[in-house]
Design a protein around this ligand. Structure first.
Ligand code: BG6
Length: 472
């Protein structure tokens, strides 16, 4: 789909997000012909870089695989770096930069403001861009997470930005929603009768949602230590995955219809009890000596930190479709491998003489890596009258569609430019998720420890064992 010519203004353009995700995503949109040279990318940062210094800093060839010289040339012509100090600058200065760049390029009147900045200055930026909001063309503003650290701070932030923007102009990013296989959950469920008819508590035993990371906190200790796994991952990404998996059929596949249903799920979450939650922190494995660090030894982490780097939760969605069906969610850093997937586990068919025990049908949605969808089901074992074997029917996304699946941030940029809010978090959803998280944090008891490089704490296995289940 061809996207509107416009100007994207990136605040915080000297940071990692611009370099790693936003600019490479513009390259791909350009390569695919979705944007053209009538789009300008105004990159704002405090540092007084020249245009060529900034382009050098972007390290385009390192962050764009197999970049084509001709497309790179067009991309660099679209990028305009200007130094602008948010703390001391004012709306008039910003306006004059925008006017100058608009005159220099052939970009349209519409503007996408991308705030790749810490939450604490969202309010300042909202005030500075206010005069530009009423000008010609559409104006949309993208906010990166975290959007608050609890319900009350999220409300305060929302009040600040709503004083300047309408909800339709606000795009709160949850980059998980931009992932191809997450967007596919809706298709799997609502474009296939074969799946939609049994997607309920009668047929389904439980759902497991895992986002496992092998990396630690890297250079982000200052942020992460205040946030922890609950607020960094569960409050947004995992709860969104839960909502997409559990929602009722929306009136249409478009933004607000889908978001209406997501809000109903988040509001139907049963308040968690203390024994529904396990929080953990990684420690160096005994055998590793000093070669692998504990979380508390990471640069910038206080030696007494009680921040959780792992969380597992048993959640219930109190709707007729799901009543008393557990959704087990878990995520953590420095685990044994990096993967994200949803497993929908069906009830077992126990017919004497046909199936062996513990071989339920499972639908596995592999969000990353090896994106795809697999179904585990039972077949007769050749030559054995009464024995079954579980086999996998596997749809491999890149085998079918090729290796160039759009990255989450390409989908995110394309959606904002086309004004489709599906991949973004609406305020009522956010309130619901913070209410749930605030309650969860109140009931969460003390930390347990797990070895870096392991699958997580044993206590997370017990959470399921208490229910006669195990992680699949
Ligand atoms: C971010 C979190 O939102 O998601 C990070 O802040 C986390 O801590 C990242 O590492 C995971 O995203 P992905 O796309 O690499 O799975």
């Amino acid at each position: 789909m061809k996207l509107d010519p416009h100007m994207t203004i990136i605040f915080g353009a000297t940071g990692d997000l611009a370099k790693r995700k936003l600019i490479p995503s513009f390259y791909r949109l350009l390569e695919r012909g979705q944007v053209d040279d009538r789009t300008a990318i105004l990159c704002l940062g405090r540092k007084p870089y020249s245009q060529s210094q900034y382009l050098e800093r972007l390290e385009l060839k390192s962050f764009i695989d197999q970049a084509d010289e001709a497309i790179l040339k067009r991309l660099t012509a679209m990028i305009k770096y200007r130094s602008f100090d948010l703390e001391n600058g004012n709306a008039a200065q910003l306006e004059s930069i925008v006017t100058e760049v608009r005159e220099q390029t052939r970009c349209g009147d519409s503007t996408l403001f991308y705030l790749a900045l810490p939450t604490s200055i969202f309010g300042t930026v909202a005030a500075i861009i206010e005069p530009l909001i009423d000008e010609l063309g559409w104006k949309r503003v993208v906010f990166e997470k975290p959007f608050g650290s609890d319900l009350s701070s999220a409300r305060k932030l929302n009040r600040q930005i709503s004083a300047v923007l309408d909800e339709e102009q606000i795009y709160r990013v949850d980059h998980y929603l931009g992932k191809e296989l997450v967007q596919n959950i809706l298709f799997l469920r609502f474009a296939n009768e074969i799946f939609s008819c049994g997607w309920n508590r009668d047929a389904i035993d439980s759902v497991q949602i895992t986002v496992s990371e092998s990396l630690g906190v890297e250079e982000r200790a200052a942020y992460y230590n205040k946030s922890g796994a609950i607020r960094d991952m569960l409050q947004n990404h995992l709860l969104q995955l839960l909502c997409f998996t559990a929602m009722e059929p929306p009136k249409s596949g478009y933004g607000n219809a889908v978001r209406d249903e997501a809000v109903k799920v988040i509001s139907a979450l049963r308040p968690p009890a203390a024994d529904d939650v396990v929080v953990g922190q990684y420690v160096s494995p005994l055998s590793a000596g000093d070669s692998i660090r504990s979380y508390r030894q990471e640069n910038g982490v206080p030696s007494e930190s009680t921040t959780e780097t792992y969380v597992a939760v048993r959640a219930f969605v109190d709707t007729p479709r799901w009543f008393n069906t557990p959704f087990y969610l878990r995520t953590g850093k420095r685990l044994d491998r990096r993967y994200a997937e949803i497993k929908v586990i069906f009830k077992e068919q126990l017919l004497e003489g046909l199936a062996t025990l513990d071989t339920p049908n499972i639908i596995i949605i592999r969000i990353q890596p090896d994106e795809g969808i697999a179904i585990a089901f039972n077949v007769r074992k050749p030559g054995e009258d009464h024995e079954s074997e579980t086999v996998l029917m596997d749809f491999c996304h890149h085998c079918h569609f090729g290796p160039n699946t759009p990255e989450a941030y390409e989908a995110i940029l394309a959606s904002v430019i086309s004004g489709e809010p599906l991949l973004f978090t609406r305020w009522d959803w956010l309130q619901g998720s913070w209410s749930y998280i605030d309650r969860l944090r109140e009931v969460t008891s003390s930390l347990v420890f797990y070895e870096a490089g392991s699958p997580g704490p044993e206590e997370a296995d017990l959470l399921l064992e208490q229910d006669g289940r195990s992680w699949r």
